[in-house]
Design a protein around this ligand. Structure first.
Ligand code: MTE
Length: 321
């Protein structure tokens, strides 16, 4: 992702996957984690701890969807994260999010709707049966994972909100708390993080609000207690720790569009034929497939073209990137 400021952040923009994984393997093999917190010389190693498991979700439906995929190990999913509110290096969110409070939590539903309201988590969880969805996730930086999310279709919330006929877009605004989010204290991005979908994309059955992964409640670094997951788009569309959902008539300027409009478009559909100015999107590294991962070809719409291709019929996807 792009960071222009402050100057010291740029080199840590991307921790190469291999370096990151090898560092964790070394720390584990040497049994260093116990002494690592004392280390100032190797601060990155000090952070290479396993992420603790979360309470299990008692009831959710399993389906066959995605069951042919090889899952990315839990430890990779929960320690290699982008969540700039907690730092720009991949290992920082798991460490820095510990003090972030996720209970009680509520989401305000506002804008072009007939039923503006505030939803607490109990109410949200009752909107539809929880279901496991095994999705391929592709980050614009060139890596990917396969994650067994647990969540509800976003459409269930939209039906409750009853959008007016003016509503064309849905915005997702996420938490920005300087006291507990170290990244928010710096002008890394224009906080709060805002992402958005066209209303028909938001209504699509593949679009979910996730509250868990691997059958457990979401860890904070993955967007607890509730985050968006849109598997045919680059990962940055999936806003974490959502506090407001706003329906609007005009296409919103998302956080990443404001940061660099030439690099991050509104649609952000995974498209191997349209390169990002700094990264080819033709192939990807699947995290968790071994220490020395080989690149695999990236698929149009991340392999979900059959389900979502129609949403973009007739559109020039090089222009609407
Ligand atoms: N949401 C917020 N609020 N802040 C962020 O920095 N990063 C995005 C997205 N959601 C981000 C966010 C990016 S760039 C990616 S790739 C995914 O979260 C990563 O999700 P994961 O860590 O659960 O794999």
């Amino acid at each position: 992702m792009l960071i222009g400021k402050p100057a010291d952040i740029a080199p840590s923009e991307i921790t190469p996957v291999e370096t990151f994984r090898r560092r964790r393997e070394i720390v584990k093999a040497l049994g260093l984690s116990a002494i690592a917190p004392l280390s100032t010389a190797w601060p990155a190693l000090a952070q290479a701890e396993d992420a603790p498991h979360q309470p299990p979700i008692k009831q959710f439906n399993k389906t066959d969807f995605g069951k042919e995929e090889k899952l990315t190990p839990y430890q990779d999913v929960t320690t290699y994260n982008n969540f700039y509110e907690f730092g720009t290096a991949k290992e920082q969110p798991a460490v820095n999010a510990k003090k972030f409070r996720t209970t009680p939590w509520s989401i305000s539903i506002e804008g072009e709707v007939h039923k503006a309201q505030t939803l607490d988590m109990d109410k949200l969880l009752k909107l539809a049966p929880l279901e496991e969805r095994i999705y391929r996730m592709r980050c614009v930086e060139g890596w990917s994972m396969v994650i067994p999310w647990v969540g509800i279709p976003l459409s269930a919330l939209i039906k409750l909100a009853q959008p007016t006929s003016n509503a064309k877009y849905v915005e997702f605004i996420t938490a920005a708390e300087p006291d507990s989010m170290i990244g928010v204290r710096a002008p890394i991005l224009d906080w709060p993080y805002l992402e958005a979908l066209r209303l028909d994309e938001a209504m699509h059955p593949l679009t979910i609000l996730a509250v868990g992964l691997y059958g457990e409640y979401l860890p904070k670094q993955n967007g607890a207690p509730v985050r968006l997951v849109v598997p045919w788009k680059y990962g940055f569309k999936g806003g974490k720790s959502i506090v407001r959902i706003r329906f609007s008539e005009r296409m919103p300027q998302t956080t990443w569009m404001r940061a660099a409009a030439n690099e991050y478009g509104f649609y952000a559909n995974v498209n191997p034929k349209v390169a990002h100015p700094r990264w080819s999107q033709a192939s990807e590294r699947r995290i968790g497939s071994g220490l020395f991962t080989r690149r695999i070809p990236t698929q149009m719409f991340n392999g979900y073209a059959e389900q979502v291709g129609q949403l973009y019929a007739g559109m020039d996807l090089a222009k609407n990137f």
